[in-house]
Design a binder for this molecule. Sequence first.
Ligand code: GLN
Length: 465
Amino acid sequence: MKGAPRARAIAEAVAGGEDPGRYARAALRAAQADTLNCFLHLDPDAVEAQIAGINPQAPLAGVPVALKDNLMDAGQPCGCASRILEGYRASYDATVVARLRDAGAVILGRTNMDEFAMGSSTENSAYGPTRNPHDPTRTPGGSSGGSGAAVAAGICPVALGSETGGSVRQPASLCGVVGLKPTYGRVSRRGLVAFASSLDVVSPFGVDVRDTARIMSVIAGFDPGDPTSLDAPVGNLEAACDRGVAGLKIGIIQECTGEGIEPGVSAALADAARALTDAGASLATVSLPSSPFALAAYCVLAPAEASSNLARFDGIRYGRRAEAESLADLYVRTRSEGFGPEVQRRILLGTFALSAGYADRYYATAQGMAARITREMTAALGEFDLLFCPTSPTVAFPLGARAADPLAMYLADIFTVPASLAGLPAISVPCGRALGLPVGAQLTGPKLGEATLLAAAAVIEAALG
Ligand code: GLN
């Protein structure tokens, strides 16, 4: 595992005259031989076509990158691991895909995910779950589990996923790789299939912190094609990885300690805290009293937005169309056959939460709670440079263990959802093992604070990675 060369080493080799197709072809062979179900689609001709156009001096020259199946790559399938999008092909490149290609990267293929990014294990994929490379009987996490597992399995050094409530940080933690959720708006959403638009962020995985910084530098930055895109300079994120944490104040989130966390996870987090202290940071406990309600708020807000966003999959405009007698019948049949149970559950919940008479009770209350959590986190980040907690309360759980219990599945996101609701950047970095499986430490920063996150993650990585 982690056997593939780093993205930095590949780009350097290609700049130095190495065959620009060497690493992408090797990655393609590894992806074709993959037994973990990381990939839903591979296109060797498309890989060759991209190799032909590589600028050897570009920052990701010759670097293979896996793409979650909800990011558009013109001409390729984009199915969100859903039957309803069977046969659909993307009509344009997502901004992040165009930026990756301009940077010399080779899009390797499309990775498995929970259907429409709803889930924490990839078991909601219409095409079967992905398996964790550290133990194939266990989940890689989700929803971006295919991308996380592809990096952990050494198929490619970097990959893209998407985050709405933890879908890159949680699989990064369970797979033992780095996952960065950028500030909301930091990376363009143009060409990302929408789940909950006010929360969605395209987010990178990396085999280490510096590779994560390299791909983040390429995809981040203003895009006039996304109305929520932030117009702010990205800076040199790779140089930030060498800054260290001397003098930084880091707040340990009190509500994310103790009960409900596996003892091995707590022990690994204690090691990560020690690594930060040893490197010159000062750590103290901070309370976010409303954070225990974040998950409940998320479970109203995300389905509410999803119920509206997914209305476009009606059997007329995209992908699959059911046989039917009337238009209404066509909608009902297409959506009943095309969407899996979790997606149907969320559309129903979201529609209910927005319906007249209930919108104030549920949707407005959840919005109020999200605002409160944002205020508490912003205040804590006035006092501290970063906040610290586990990414996931558990290590990778066995496939099947939570598949029939949506509430148990939602609990996987308990520590990742607060930063999502607040639109703040957060990173998961490996900090050791428990029960022989990877554990991730999570750091959350202020708006546009990605550089500080990477600096602190690099300190943890150096001590425990
Ligand atoms: N696991 C969470 C959910 O099921 C988060 C998903 C995500 O971030 N896309 O909604």
